[in-house]
Design a protein around this ligand. Structure first.
Ligand code: GCO
Length: 448
């Protein structure tokens, strides 16, 4: 496949997150996070799985670095577990926690892989949740302090930083519906969580900038399509677009929240917005991280309650997780973002991938052709978006290796590398070799 429009120095990466891969949750002074508490509660995660061991990456990171080098990755996006660094979220620093990320960063750099750490991928220290978590404005300030601690240690080697991962999903599932940690089901009373996360981002950005570092944020974005041209379906689609996409992008790129009246909220999000907050939040980003999996089709709700209802997308393939496969939705999304926000900075695709029911066959291979098709289609969509004028600088597939998929436990396999969750044996899948060859080819062409 030739992707003619991608720049020569395009970053070829893979993404992971701390709680999904590290394990070692009680080791070397790590404090508990909301995900430890949540998974320990019966009935929260399919089959009672937890991230206690996960991929045991905390102990096996050298092997995993070897896999990254073998794939020829030029970037690796991982997340830092806040409660390894600050076991209660604030106060005393745990040097052993920082040491782990220090070793990881050195290991990446030795192999020519650029580190892209995410500071918050949902594993809030339980100590902060006990004080209200992201419902409490104070958490934003604690996040900035934690950012300063990590950046002081790693900022001499790490140039690019991602503050938050998918603040929408964390708010909606963690605090709105309760299907993710911390498991609170507040419906639209969860909206202050949006503002406090964004404020945390703005405060952390200021810390990172004071050290001369580059700042990104990774948003889950979806192009929203009305199920029909009817006025009711279009209004429902607009309401959903506001909640999922614009709530977390408008404040950054326009300095104002969108109209939230469909959710019974005014522009202060329940009184959480204070003078000066939006100036911090709208400080320019160096790049936007876009996490894309599928488009969303929305219809007017049959009954009261939510102002929207999700409608199935038919006539396309679905992943093992049941998500529709619509590669061109990624091109559509990128072009839409560019049109919507004229000041859109360069973009990195910080997550994109699919769940497949992979098994290791008798000959020891994992023939995940569905994943290859998925990645191939989405990379072509990125290339097409670049041809249409969107400045895309990198692509990080979700994910390096099969891992703990939140409420689904180990049931969804998204990796380029198969992990036997009993034995921890890693087996590169066919998609791993395909990605490696693609990276090699693109880099060889770029040198010509
Ligand atoms: C994220 C993601 C990852 C998931 C992936 C597949 O939202 O950043 O949730 O952590 O594992 O998106 O669902």
């Amino acid at each position: 496949m030739t992707l003619n429009h991608l720049p020569a120095d395009f970053v070829w990466g893979a993404s992971t997150a701390a709680y999904q891969i590290e394990g070692a949750t009680k080791e070397d002074g790590r404090g508990p996070s909301v995900w430890d508490t949540f998974t320990a509660r019966p009935g929260t995660v399919r089959d009672g799985h937890t991230g206690d061991v996960a991929c045991d990456h905390y102990h096996r990171y050298e092997e995993d670095l070897g896999l990254m080098a073998e794939a020829g990755l030029t970037g690796y996006r991982f997340s830092i577990a806040w409660s390894r660094v600050l076991p209660t979220g604030r106060g005393e620093v745990n040097p052993k926690g920082l040491d782990f990320y220090d070793r990881l960063v050195d290991g990446l750099l030795e192999r020519g892989v650029e580190p892209f750490p995410t500071l918050f991928h949902w594993d809030l220290p339980q100590g902060l949740e006990d004080d209200g978590g992201w419902l409490n404005r104070d958490t934003a300030y604690r996040f900035a302090e934690y950012t300063a601690v990590v950046a002081a240690r790693l900022g001499d080697r790490v140039r690019n930083w991602i503050t938050l991962n998918e603040p929408f999903i964390h708010m909606a599932w963690g605090y709105g519906l309760g299907t993710h940690a911390p498991g609170r089901a507040l419906l639209f009373d969860c909206l202050p969580v949006a503002h406090h996360q964004l404020l945390g981002h703005g405060l952390a950005l200021r810390e990172l900038r004071s050290l001369g570092l580059r700042v990104m944020m990774a948003n889950n974005c979806t192009p929203v399509r009305p199920a029909s041209p009817s006025a009711a379906d279009r209004a429902a689609a607009e309401a959903y677009d506001i909640l999922h996409n614009r709530l977390f992008a408008d404040p950054i790129f326009t300095g104002a929240y969108p109209d939230l009246s469909a959710y019974g909220a005014d522009a202060t999000l329940g009184g959480s917005v204070r003078d000066g907050d939006l100036d911090l939040i709208s400080a320019p980003l160096d790049a936007l991280g876009v996490n894309y999996y599928n488009p969303t089709r929305i219809q007017a709700p049959a009954a009261g309650g939510l102002p929207f209802e999700e409608a199935p997308i038919e006539g396309v393939r679905h992943t093992a997780f049941g998500w529709p496969v619509v590669p061109d939705g990624l091109r559509e999304l990128l072009v839409l973002l560019k049109e919507r926000y004229p000041a859109l900075p360069p973009v990195h695709i910080t997550e994109n991938g699919c769940s497949v029911d992979d098994v290791v066959t008798a000959d020891g291979t994992v023939p995940d052709t569905d994943r290859i098709d998925y990645l191939d289609g989405h990379l072509r969509a990125v290339d097409a978006a670049v041809a249409q004028g969107v400045d895309v600088r990198g692509y990080f597939t979700w994910t390096l290796m099969d891992n703990f998929e939140w409420a689904e436990g180990f049931h969804q396999r998204f990796g380029l590398v198969h992990v036997d969750h009993e034995t921890q044996v890693r087996t590169p899948k066919a998609s791993f070799a395909w990605y490696r060859d693609l990276i090699r080819e693109h880099r060889a062409n770029a040198e010509r």
